[in-house]
Design a protein around this ligand. Structure first.
Ligand SMILES: Nc1nc2c(ncn2[C@@H]2O[C@H](COP(=O)(O)OP(=O)(O)O)[C@@H](O)[C@H]2O)c(=O)[nH]1
Ligand SMILES: [Mg+2]
Ligand SMILES: [Zn+2]
Length: 320
């Protein structure tokens, strides 16, 4: 059989195609995704210019915080052609239970708590587990410190000490009295962060205090329930005045526990880590089984009972 050879015309066509690919590569620029509205993405170019882009097919979801490469010169011809590998990806189940990407490349999760609605360690522990399972550094914020008085202040500090002793940073703020905001800004500086926490703790108020341009909707706490209402709109990446980025994602702010396995849950209690895998039985449930290393650590005061009880409660809720 005659060997198949390329006609000169075919060869020229292939050469041209290769040249087109090269040209396109040379025209590629890098940018960061600011926001996403359906098929359209708003990106920021290296020159800090904002641009509307389409995305090439098969790139999958592209979300705020994504580092991307794009081609084109203006809003009408710009196309995202590649997404850089992500350091982290925050996702949550949508109403059909499928994982929906929310934000990329976050490296800090600020867990916002308050004095009203009442401080709830169980919720803090859930958020800590979620952050630890994503390998994103959690920071705990106790907001509305203006509501504390000489009597309650030391009690609150003592309750937060358990977290400080675990090595977590705790920041005391008042969005209302603009207290602790400099410390908050310092901790946000040079990081990509998101604020999470129960409805009504003051997330929107803090975002407004940090980023006046955002104008997040502050909801009056309903008198009867002590809780705020939910609002949702698109997530967006903001640059903080002192450096660092804050991704504001109203839908995810109130989001509780990302899906974790029982193993991830135990790993998410960082003080358990040295003892995991050291129980006598491989399948130890840490519920009074003989030779339980976790139980021994509790008895020796190395793991607090409060945290262990919290672990048990979350474990029970996962099974349900
Ligand atoms: N006393 C006090 N109230 C605050 C503070 N921050 C927010 N609030 C109030 O708490 C309520 C809920 O605030 P919001 O920012 O909407 O909470 P979000 O649901 O977490 O976004 C509003 O009535 C705010 O005015 C604070 O530092 N001190
Ligand atoms: Mg809010
Ligand atoms: Zn055990």
């Amino acid at each position: 059989m005659a060997k198949k050879t390329l006609s000169q015309q075919q060869a020229r066509r292939i050469q041209k195609k290769q040249q087109d690919v090269l040209d396109e590569k040379n025209q590629e620029q890098s940018g960061i995704v600011i926001s996403q509205y359906g098929q359209t993405l708003e990106i920021e170019t290296h020159a800090a210019e904002h641009r509307r882009c389409k995305q090439r097919k098969n790139l999958g979801p592209i979300v705020p915080g994504d580092r991307i490469r794009f081609t084109g010169e203006h809003n009408d011809n710009s196309v995202i052609v590649a997404v850089e590998p992500r350091q982290s990806l925050l996702a949550r189940p949508d109403n059909r239970g499928r994982q929906k990407a929310i934000a990329a490349n976050l490296d800090r999760i600020f867990i916002i708590t308050a004095i009203k609605p009442e401080l709830n360690e169980g919720l803090i522990d859930r958020y800590l587990v979620a952050a630890e399972s994503l390998d994103i550094t959690p920071i705990i914020v106790l907001n509305k410190i203006d509501l504390a008085n000489a009597k309650t202040q030391p009690i609150l500090r003592a309750r937060m000490r358990i977290y400080e002793q675990l090595g977590y940073t705790v920041i005391y703020t008042s969005a209302r009295q603009e207290h602790g905001l400099d410390e908050l800004l310092d901790t946000l500086k040079d990081h990509a962060s998101i604020l999470v926490g129960q409805s009504g703790v003051g997330k929107s108020s803090l975002i407004n205090a940090l980023l006046p341009e955002v104008n997040a909707e502050v909801k009056e706490i309903s008198e009867s329930t002590g809780k705020g209402m939910h609002t949702t709109s698109a997530s967006r990446l903001y640059h903080l005045p002192n450096g660092g980025d804050l991704i504001d994602s109203p839908g995810v702010r109130e989001f509780g526990l990302w899906e974790v396995s029982p193993e991830e849950l135990a790993e998410g209690f960082i003080e358990f880590r040295p003892y995991l895998g050291r129980c006598k039985f491989n399948d130890c449930q840490h519920e009074g089984q003989p030779g339980c290393a976790i139980q021994q650590a509790i008895d020796e005061g190395k793991i607090s009972r409060q945290r262990f009880e919290s672990y048990r409660r979350i474990l029970a809720s996962l099974a349900g």
